[in-house]
Design a protein around this ligand. Structure first.
Ligand code: SAM
Length: 266
């Protein structure tokens, strides 16, 4: 029986499962990681293709089911009974191969989990996630739209974002209330905007978007004044959702080099 507490919606639509696996195209020489394997709907197909699969599952009642189901893959299948939110993905990097991360994610933790994975994106070749469609819209959002905000900007700082396809509620058991979608996130090998610290960008975004309908001048006044924004060629009268990633990076770079408060926070 699916447990709500763990955000369990198990995939049962074979057509959708095949479509997901085709998008991922796991290869024999690759190291796959599955977050939340559940009853193994995707696991089975991944194991058929990839050389090594590590699964991270928090619900301890599912572990014996997975072990029984996949007992004959023992050598290339490891199960970690733990919370993916707290997991150090370095632990998996024992073969020198970059990780290909996959997951039909529990929706209640998808945003913090994406932030957690972004902080370890250097280990990762790519990620394919099933998320609420609304979250995929936010990940891919462009400036000037209502979906555009902290989650999308942080993700786009680290990764190329490709929404792939929509998955209707009927593909799951139990059926969720909303549409889902598959997204591919590919971390950049070299960040397009490498100068700033991630922490500073996080601070700037949190502050800039604290009140979406207010201007930058207002939201950012604790960090820098309107004249400084103008000097950075950014109109202080704009709402935060109008700014590009490059402009947020410019503000963060300026603050990194000009404020002492933030020194030492990494
Ligand atoms: N992959 C399966 C499928 O597609 O049918 C299950 C997907 S279900 C939406 C999410 C899975 O993530 C569940 O198996 C749940 O127990 C697991 N899970 C929930 N929270 C987790 C966490 N913090 N760390 C690891 N796994 C978690």
């Amino acid at each position: 029986k699916a447990r709500k507490r763990f955000g369990q919606n198990f995939l049962h639509d074979q057509g959708i499962i095949r479509q997901i696996i085709r998008s991922i195209s796991p290869r024999e020489d690759q190291h796959m990681v599955e977050i939340g394997p559940g009853l193994g709907a995707l696991t089975e197909e991944l194991l058929a293709e990839a050389k090594a699969l590590d699964a991270i599952e928090l619900d301890r009642d599912l572990i014996p089911i997975l072990r029984t189901k996949f007992f004959n893959y023992e050598e290339r299948f490891r199960i970690f009974e733990t919370d993916a939110l707290k997991f150090d993905f370095n632990e998996l990097c024992t073969d020198g191969r970059p990780l290909r991360v996959v997951g039909n994610l529990p929706y209640n933790i998808s945003t913090p989990l994406i932030f957690h994975l972004l902080s370890q994106s250097g280990l990762i070749q790519d990620m394919h996630f099933m998320l609420q469609k609304e979250v995929v819209d936010r990940l891919a959002a462009e400036p000037g739209t209502s979906d555009y905000g902290r989650l999308g900007i942080m993700t786009q700082y680290f990764c190329k974002v490709e929404p792939l396809f929509v998955v209707p509620p009927g593909a799951f058991n139990p059926a969720p209330k909303v549409d889902s979608a598959i997204v591919r996130l590919t971390p950049y090998k070299e960040l397009p905007h490498p100068a700033i610290s991630e922490r500073m960008l996080q601070d700037v975004l949190r502050t800039a978007f604290s009140m979406r309908r207010k201007t930058l001048r207002n939201n950012l006044r604790t960090l820098l004044d309107a004249d400084a924004l103008t000097a950075l060629e950014i109109d202080p009268g704009l709402r935060p959702e109008r700014l590009t990633l490059a402009e947020f990076v410019r503000i963060s770079d300026y603050l990194s080099s000009n404020t002492s408060e933030h020194h030492g926070t990494e």
